[in-house]
Design a protein around this ligand. Structure first.
Ligand code: TRP
Length: 344
C-alpha cells in the first residue's frame, strides 16, 4: 500500500530534479552555455527529469506542423548536447495526461489575484493582445503541476522563471496545509556556474531566440559560416583593449565575447584576457568564432545523426512518457483521493 517512495531500488536516494523547456524556437548558444550544459553536469548527481513543454507552448498560437517538428528537434538537440536518456527521463509533456489532470485540480486551489500578478502573464498579454486566452492566464498552474507531480526537490531555471517557482511553492503549501503532506515543496535552482550570454548586437540585453535581429543570437542550428560571421560582427567598443570589466556597460560587448570564450574553452576570463593582452579585436573575434564553431561542431554531428533516426527518438520519448506517467500517477492518485474523487 505504501507508495511514498517513488524511487525504488536505489540504495541512496538521489534528490530529484525536474525542468522543462518550450519547443517554441531555436535553441541559442546562450541556452546551451547557460542552461543545457549545466543540466548535463547534474545528471550524475541527481535523478533528472526533463520535458518538452508543448502544452505550455500552445498558450501562444503555433503552426501545428512546426510545433511537432520543433518538439522532436529539441529532443534530438538535448540528446546531442549530452543529456543521456539512459540516465534521465526525457519526455514530451502532452504524452503524459497527468499534467493536464493535476493542472485542473490545482486551478481550483489557485486564486485569480495571484495569477494576475505574474509578470510573464502581464508581458505576454501585452505582446499578444489579440489572444489573451485562459491558458496564458493559468500557465503557472500547469507549470506547478509539472513540478509537483514528480515530488521534485529542485527546479533548475533562469531568473525569469523564479516567480513561477514561488507560486508553485505557494500552491503546494496551501494544498498540503489542507490535506497533509501530499507534495514535496520544490526549490528553484539558479545555476550560478552557467554563463550569462548576451545579445551580440545589444550586449546589455540577454541573448534571446526571439530577437527580431538574427545577428543578435547564435542558434545551435546555424551553419558554421554564419556563426563565425555573427561573432565577427558583434558590437564592441572603440577603446580597443581586451579587458574583462563585467560592471562596466561600455565594455558589455567585449565582456560578452570573453564570457563566451571562457564558457566554450573552460578557461577563466582572466586567463583569456592575459592571453590576448595587446591584441586587436579582430584577431580575438576570429579566435572566438573558431572556438565556438569547434564547440558546436560535435553537437551538430550528433544532432544530424539522431534527428534522422526516428525510431530511436520515438523509443526515447515513448519510454520517457511511460516512466514519467508511472511516477506522476502516484501523486495524481493521492491528490484525487484527498479531494474526494472516487479512485478505484
Ligand atoms: N515556463 C518555462 C519556460 O518558459 C518552461 C516550463 C514549463 C518549465 N513547465 C516547467 C520549467 C516546469 C521548469 C519546470 O522556460
Amino acid at each position: 500500500m505504501d507508495n511514498e517512495t517513488v524511487n525504488t531500488g536505489a540504495a541512496d536516494k538521489k534528490k530529484r530534479i525536474f525542468s522543462g523547456v518550450q519547443p517554441s524556437g531555436n535553441i541559442t548558444l546562450g541556452n546551451y552555455l547557460g542552461a543545457i550544459k549545466n543540466w548535463v553536469a547534474l545528471q550524475d548527481e541527481y535523478e533528472c527529469i526533463y520535458a518538452m513543454m508543448d502544452m505550455h507552448t500552445i498558450t501562444v498560437r503555433q503552426t501545428p506542423a512546426e510545433l511537432r517538428k520543433r518538439t522532436l528537434e529539441l529532443l534530438a538537440l538535448y540528446i546531442a548536447c549530452g543529456i543521456d536518456p539512459e540516465k534521465c527521463i526525457l519526455f514530451i509533456q502532452s504524452q503524459n495526461s497527468a499534467h493536464a489532470e493535476l493542472g485542473w485540480v490545482l486551478d481550483c486551489y489557485t486564486y485569480m489575484g495571484e495569477l494576475q500578478r505574474m509578470t510573464q502573464f502581464k508581458d505576454k498579454s501585452a505582446r499578444h493582445a489579440d489572444n489573451i486566452n485562459a491558458g496564458l492566464f493559468t500557465y503557472p498552474v500547469l507549470m506547478a503541476a509539472d513540478i509537483l507531480l514528480y515530488q521534485t526537490d529542485y527546479v533548475p531555471v533562469g531568473i525569469d522563471q523564479m516567480q513561477h517557482i514561488e507560486i508553485c511553492r505557494d500552491i503546494a503549501q496551501r494544498f498540503n496545509a489542507l490535506y497533509g503532506n501530499v507534495f514535496t515543496i520544490p526549490e528553484g535552482l539558479l545555476v550560478k556556474s552557467g554563463a550569462k550570454i548576451m545579445s551580440l548586437q545589444e550586449p546589455t540585453k540577454k541573448m534571446s531566440k526571439s530577437d527580431p535581429n538574427p545577428k543578435a543570437f547564435i542558434s545551435m542550428m546555424d551553419d558554421f559560416g554564419s556563426i563565425a560571421k555573427k561573432i565577427k560582427s558583434a558590437v564592441t567598443d572603440s577603446e580597443g583593449v581586451i579587458e574583462y570589466r563585467p560592471e562596466d556597460d561600455t565594455k558589455a560587448g567585449i565582456n560578452n565575447l570573453i564570457s563566451i570564450m571562457a564558457a566554450v574553452t573552460g578557461k577563466k576570463p582572466e586567463e583569456i584576457v592575459s592571453e590576448y593582452s595587446g591584441q586587436g579585436y579582430g584577431t580575438f573575434k576570429s579566435d572566438v568564432a573558431e572556438a565556438v564553431v569547434e564547440a558546436v561542431r560535435p553537437i551538430r554531428g550528433e544532432y544530424d545523426r539522431i534527428i534522422k533516426d526516428k525510431e530511436y527518438l520515438r523509443g526515447v520519448y515513448r519510454n520517457g512518457a511511460e516512466t514519467a506517467h508511472r511516477i506522476a500517477d502516484r501523486t495524481l492518485k493521492k491528490v484525487y483521493k484527498k479531494v474526494g474523487f472516487v479512485i478505484d
